[in-house]
Every structure is written in structure tokens, then in C-alpha cells.
Design a protein around this ligand. Structure first.
Ligand SMILES: Cc1ncc(COP(=O)(O)O)c(C=O)c1O
Length: 442
């Protein structure tokens, strides 16, 4: 029997976990092997990370080769060849003039990096008073103090009180349970203009001249896959432009193919000023995150230092493992796999299949109050018993796991987000198992 006593798991009900541990000891393709020898189908590409499926030979070979060539080198005041190549590849993949890449090792760090860069940018332009950030209700931007403050998932915030950043406001959430509870592969069309609140209340309240940036996920992922109304992100871009407010897309989940194109920015046709990424970039194999910035942000900071001495650092920020050569080797190999196997296009194709399967199998089942699918991901929402928010979704997750399918519970939602290599039969199995679990849940 495996001893899990010393292990304190993140974002996990630990008391329950240790009574019934879920431990993986191997993975291949779409499946895990558990410590007790069972096969489990990975319905969530391991927290949205493993786009190309598990244990890809090309990626593992690149890592081994890198370890035998340059294992690690300092990230400050020197770099490595793989970091430069990875930055170039990512910049080429990103839309518009998103051309400068800052590396870190997680989504939380990417968000904090983007927020700090927003402050540095405005200060360099002589507008250091721009220090208000605007996030969105139920947004998830990681667990750093910055990301937590602009984030809007109540359970992630309630314990941390005054440690939250001051001068943060939040846009309204983007869900309409009455008129748009169900949508499949499209953005819901709202009659109401959700962003009037930004223009008429939030911006005047803080004064536009004090606002540094708005940060949103193009599709709210961790909250449970909520898609913004049609035209929302374009209008958000226009409002930000009008007031010189930076727009940050947190694409930790939507980046690198989830919507069938490289980024959410491509899908929605909107170029932000900064775009954060962290999942799928290395196929989950080695941690890596980053921020892709518009050229103008970089040039602005360099210009502000035009008269500084040559040894002056323009942006005092970074991490020891920024651009780690082994992570970068994994990223290059991953991007090659995505390109050579056209996996983003496959994500789009399989996404349609997943969306259709979820809507046809889950609509009308007990407790189901909403089904939302876009790209290769979908969520089914289950009305909770009074005073027990999230219980049914959790019970469904456990039931599915025992029947060999890994799904993700997020509040009252159960989410599917498989790897891009998923097959039709695997989608049917995931959705079928989920439907059975929903039928059983009390
Ligand atoms: C949109 C978004 N931002 C940030 C993060 C935080 O990433 P990490 O857990 O790597 O810090 C996540 C994680 O799921 C995320 O979905």
C-alpha cells in the first residue's frame, strides 16, 4: 500500500483524498495507469496541459538530448540558445505585433509578470499613477497575490483578506443562466451590453487616467468554461484603446490550440497588449510559462532608458528558471509536434465532436442546468443541493474516476478538455461515463 501521509495536495480536499488516493504511476497517449494497476482515460489533458497526449517520444528525446548538451545555464545577464529559439517560435505563432516573450515557470508567475510590466510601462511613459487593475468576477489568474487579487473566484479569495492588492475592481461575470445556458461551438448573443458597466461605472469611478490594465481570460476556464458574448472582446479592446488602458489576455488555458487555433486572440480576432501562457506549451512535461508582449511595450521601456548607463536594467523582474534550456527544448519539440501533426486543426475538429456528444448525451439529465462547449472543451453544470455548492460535481468526478475516466469538477461544473489527439471512441466513452455518473448522483 502506497503511503501518501506526507503529501499535502494543492487545490484538493486532502481529508477525502488520503482515504481514497488517486495516484498515477504511468501514462501513455490518452491513458494513465494508477498505483493499483487500473487504466484511466485522461478527459482533461491533465489540467489542460497535455495537448499532444502523454509520453510523446519526440518531446522526451529532445529533453534527453538537451540534458546531455546544456542542462542549465543562468537566466540573468546571459541566456541559452534554446530560450532564444523558443521565444522566436512563440512570437511567430502569436498574432499581430505580439513579438517579445518573457519566460517564467507557471501561469501564476506569468500573470504577476504581466501586471508588473503594466505598471512599469505606464511609469516609463510618465503615468505612474495608472495603478488600478480590473479583472472579472470568477476569473482565475493563478495564486500569486497579483493574480489572486484580479481573480474573481470567491473561494480562492475569502481567506486572504487584506493581503489582496488594493485598487482592483472586477467586471461582471459573463454568464446568463436564463437566456444562454446552452451553447455549442458558438459565442452566445446577448441583447444586453455587458461592457456598459465598464464604461459607465468602473472607468468613471477610478478615472481612466488611473487604470493600468484590464485582465481577462478569453474563455473563463477554471470557473467552468464560460464563453463571452459575441463581440465582447472586440468591444473591450476598443474601450481599452480609447482610454490607453492595457489589455491582458490570460491565455494559460486558451493558448496553444485549445480553440483550434494558436491562441484565443486568433479565435476572437482581438490582439491584446500582453498574452500570458503556461499550459500546453511544453505538453505539460516540464513547467514553463511566459508573457508575449507587443513590441511597443518593449520599445517603450528601452526608450525610457535611452539615457541610462549601459549597465542599467530596464525591467527589474525575472525568475531563476526563466527560459530553462530543458523546458525550452521540450517547448520546441512540442511546437514541432503540434505543427507536423496539425493538432490545432484536429482540436477544432474533435471539438465539434465533443460539443455535439455532450449536448446530445447530457441535455435533460437530472440536475443539468447548463451545457457550454467551444473548441475542444465543454462544461456541464449541475444544480447544487441547498447549501452544498459543488457537491454533485465532486461526486460525479469521483464516480467517473472509479469507472476509469478523469474529468474535472469546477464549482458546480464538470469539465471535459481532452488532448487534441483524442479519438471519437474516447470522446464517446468520456461523455457516456459522465452521463451515467450524472444519472446516478443524488
Ligand atoms: C487562466 C489561468 N491563469 C493562470 C493560471 C495559473 O497557472 P499555474 O497553476 O501554472 O500557476 C491558470 C491555471 O489553471 C489559469 O487557468
Amino acid at each position: 500500500m502506497l503511503n501518501t501521509d506526507a503529501h499535502w495536495l494543492p487545490f484538493t480536499p486532502n481529508r477525502s483524498f488520503h482515504q481514497d488516493p488517486r495516484i498515477f504511476v504511468a501514462a501513455e497517449g490518452m491513458h494513465f495507469t494508477t498505483h493499483d494497476g487500473r487504466q484511466v482515460l485522461d478527459g482533461i489533458s491533465s489540467l489542460w496541459c497535455v495537448g499532444a497526449g502523454h509520453k510523446r517520444r519526440e518531446i522526451n528525446e529532445a529533453i534527453k538530448q538537451q540534458l546531455d548538451t546544456l542542462d542549465y545555464s543562468t537566466a540573468f545577464s546571459a541566456s541559452n540558445d534554446k530560450a532564444a529559439e523558443t521565444a522566436q517560435r512563440i512570437a511567430e505563432l502569436a498574432p499581430g505585433d505580439l513579438n517579445k516573450v518573457l519566460f517564467c515557470t507557471s501561469g501564476s508567475e506569468a500573470v504577476d509578470t504581466a501586471m508588473k510590466l503594466a505598471l512599469a510601462h505606464h511609469r516609463a511613459r510618465g503615468e505612474g499613477h495608472r495603478n488600478v487593475f480590473i479583472g472579472r468576477e470568477r476569473g482565475y489568474h493563478g495564486v500569486g497575490f497579483g493574480g489572486m487579487s484580479v481573480g474573481g473566484i470567491p473561494g480562492n479569495r475569502k481567506v486572504f483578506g487584506t493581503a489582496m492588492l488594493p485598487r482592483v475592481d472586477h467586471l461582471r461575470f459573463i454568464h446568463d443562466p436564463l437566456n444562454h445556458a446552452y451553447y455549442n461551438g458558438v459565442e452566445p448573443v446577448w441583447q444586453e451590453d455587458l461592457l456598459l458597466e465598464l464604461e459607465n461605472r468602473i472607468i468613471p469611478l477610478h478615472d481612466a487616467s488611473n487604470i493600468a490594465a484590464v485582465i481577462v481570460e478569453p474563455v473563463a476556464g477554471s470557473a467552468g468554461w464560460y464563453v463571452p458574448p459575441q463581440g465582447y472582446l472586440k468591444r473591450l479592446r476598443e474601450i481599452c484603446d480609447k482610454h490607453n488602458i492595457l489589455l491582458i489576455f490570460d491565455e494559460v488555458i486558451t493558448g496553444f490550440g485549445r480553440l483550434g487555433v494558436p491562441f484565443g486572440a486568433d479565435y476572437f480576432g482581438v490582439v491584446p497588449d500582453m498574452l500570458t501562457f503556461a499550459k500546453c506549451v511544453t505538453n505539460g512535461v516540464i513547467p514553463m510559462g511566459g508573457v508575449i508582449c507587443r513590441s511597443a511595450l518593449y520599445e517603450n521601456l528601452m526608450l525610457a532608458h535611452a539615457n541610462s548607463p549601459a549597465h542599467a536594467i530596464e525591467f527589474a523582474h525575472g525568475y531563476t528558471y526563466s527560459g530553462h534550456p530543458v523546458a525550452c527544448a521540450a517547448a520546441i519539440a512540442t511546437l514541432n509536434v503540434y505543427r507536423d501533426e496539425q493538432l490545432f486543426a484536429r482540436a477544432a475538429e474533435m471539438g465539434k465532436m465533443l460539443g455535439d456528444a455532450m449536448h446530445s448525451a447530457l441535455t435533460g439529465l437530472p440536475h443539468v442546468s447548463s451545457i457550454r462547449t467551444l473548441g475542444l472543451a465543454g462544461a456541464v453544470e449541475l444544480a447544487s443541493p441547498v447549501g452544498q455548492a459543488g457537491k454533485r460535481a465532486y461526486d460525479v468526478f469521483i464516480d467517473c474516476f472509479h469507472r476509469g475516466v478523469m474529468v474535472r469538477n469546477a464549482g458546480d461544473n464538470v469539465v471535459l478538455a481532452p488532448a487534441y489527439v483524442v479519438t471519437k471512441a474516447q470522446i464517446e466513452r468520456m461523455v457516456g461515463t459522465l452521463a451515467e455518473a450524472i444519472r446516478r448522483v443524488r
